[in-house]
Structures are given as C-alpha cells and as structure tokens.
Design a binder for this molecule. Structure first.
Ligand code: RIB
Length: 298
C-alpha cells in the first residue's frame, strides 16, 4: 500500500523567546534558526522514518532546494514536487522557554497547488492507496473528492483549522488526525471534555476513524465501537514544533502496515515524545529503531 502526501513544504523561521510577544510590543529573540518544516514535509519524513513507502507531492519556490535536499536525504521520492517561480511557503515560529510554540504560516508555493496538478499526480495511484492531506495547500477538497473517486483511503489532518474546512466533503474522509482544539472545532462545539467531543464526532462522522492528540495529556483513537486511549510519555520538553506531525506520520505508517491499534498508538506516542525532546520540526523526528529502543526503556 503506497502513501501519497500532497502537502505543504515550508521554511521554518524559528525565534526562541523568553515568552510570546504581546500586542503592541517588540521583543528580542534569544536565538534565531531556520529549519525545514511544513506539516506536509514533517509528516512525510515521519512516515518515511517509521518505515512507510511514501511519496510527497507539492510545490516549492526558487528558494526551496533545501527542502528537496532534506527529503532526499531521508530517502523520500521527490519526483512529484515542482519548483515554481516565487518563494516557498514559510512559517514564523516563536518558541518560548517551555518549548511551547505559536506559528504563523505564509502560503508561498503551497498556494499554487492546482486541480490539474492534483489530477496528474493522482494518475499514478490506485484503489486502496492512501492519500494524506493537511490544510496548508490549495484545492484540498478537490483532492479529497478525486482520491475518493479512485477508491483511495483519504486521511485528513485539518490543520490549520478554518471556516473553509466546513465546506469540504468531510463525509468522504476515512480518517481524521486532529488535536483537541481542531476536534472541538470540527465538532462545532465549545471546548468540552474529550469524551463529549468524541461522542459528537462519532455522531457526525459515523464511518470515520479519529486520532485525537492532546499534547502531554495523551491521545485517543476512536472508530465505531473502538475507543482507545494512550498516555503521553514524560520527557523533558525542548521544542514541541512538529510533535503532532510526528505522531501523524507514525500513526499512518502503522495503519498502512496493518498493525494493532494499541501498538500504533504506543509507537506514535513514543515518536512524538522523542520529537519534543529535540529542536526543530522535521529534523526532530526519530526513526523506527529509536522508537523501539525508547519503548524498551520505559
Ligand atoms: O506542525 C508544525 C509545522 O506547522 C511547522 O513546521 C510549520 O511549518 C507549520 O506548517
């Protein structure tokens, strides 16, 4: 089973700060770094490091060679990625002293994913292959619909969550990967106890599977009669950027491999814990062997 990720590729401009900047305030960063990122790229690298057969499609600008190089360094097939005029997507990320982040993204080349491009990439994939999407590129809904017409398994991480998501053909999504805030928004509820969000989402999307991550408070998987929870592993936090993407990548790799849900949750939680103990997004993702070693020790 092949996994196709049509996803964002960003240059992450990361500012370490004592605390997040407030309105009308100017503060000085204690450190500035540039990393490869984008929810799409991070999830592809996590898939690859977890052992999945993954293909990344997307667009970069003329400054995007660094993104292609990183993917190739990890052994990801980049044949579908197009380099276009203009700049790549980027993210401005503040990391505070607790490793917490806030992120602003600017679309750049990610905003040039056309319907024609999506159709041309999908030609090489077939029934039961997986299509993974996040919400950082254009024409997401078109990709959902066309992949479903081919009988592909559609996995959607509606991040960043916005009003447009409600207009998508969400009933065609097979699996949603959400954090608790995105879950509540998808359920169109104020933030409530996880159990309430879960019940509402099961009612709205009775056939879909859901992964709901809650940072250091664990992660849920639910689908029809299945309801599973896994605690987060405690590990000193350096940078939470990309931890959710790491979880997603390992989760999908486990799904593609046909592993037991409990094992998938355990591995994904361990991979995300290792990722938060390291700086950066894509380069903080551990490989499968590191995850196994970690699990032997806890
Ligand atoms: O999920 C983390 C990612 O969100 C960052 O790498 C940034 O590029 C944004 O897409």
């Amino acid at each position: 089973m092949k996994v196709l990720n049509i996803g964002s590729l960003n240059i992450d401009k990361t500012y370490s700060v004592r605390r997040f900047v407030r309105p009308k305030e100017t503060i000085k960063a204690t450190k500035y770094e540039e990393h490869c990122g984008g929810k799409g790229l991070n999830q592809t690298i996590a898939l690859k490091r977890a052992g999945a057969k993954v293909y990344h499609a997307g667009m970069v600008g003329k400054d995007g060679q660094i993104l292609l190089d990183l993917l190739r360094q990890f052994g990801v097939c980049t044949d579908y990625i197009k380099m276009i005029e203009g700049t790549s997507g980027h993210a401005a990320i503040q990391i505070d002293e607790n490793g917490e982040n806030n992120i602003i993204i600017s679309g750049g080349a990610n905003d040039h994913i056309s319907k024609e491009y999506i159709l041309s990439v999908l030609e090489d994939f077939e029934e039961n292959d997986i299509l993974l999407l996040q919400n950082e590129i254009t024409n997401v809904n078109f990709a959902i619909e066309k992949a479903k017409e081919k009988g592909m398994v559609v996995i959607f991480n509606p991040s960043p969550m916005n009003e447009e998501v409600y207009t998508y053909s969400l009933q065609k999504v097979d699996y949603f990967l959400v954090n608790e805030v995105e879950a509540a928004m998808l359920a169109k509820m104020d933030f409530l106890e996880p159990e309430d969000t879960i019940e509402t989402l099961k009612g709205k999307f009775p056939n879909a599977g859901f992964v709901m991550t809650m940072g250091d408070r664990g992660a849920w998987f639910f689908q029809k009669d299945i309801l599973l929870f896994h605690e987060s592993y405690r590990i000193p936090v350096v940078d939470t950027t990309g931890a959710g993407d790491t979880f997603c990548g390992f989760f999908i790799a486990g799904l593609a491999e046909g592993l037991d849900w409990n094992i998938i949750l355990e591995r994904s939680s361990a991979a995300a814990a290792i990722a938060v103990s390291r700086a950066g997004a894509a380069q903080s993702v551990p490989c499968k062997e590191e995850v196994n070693t970690f699990l032997e020790k806890v």
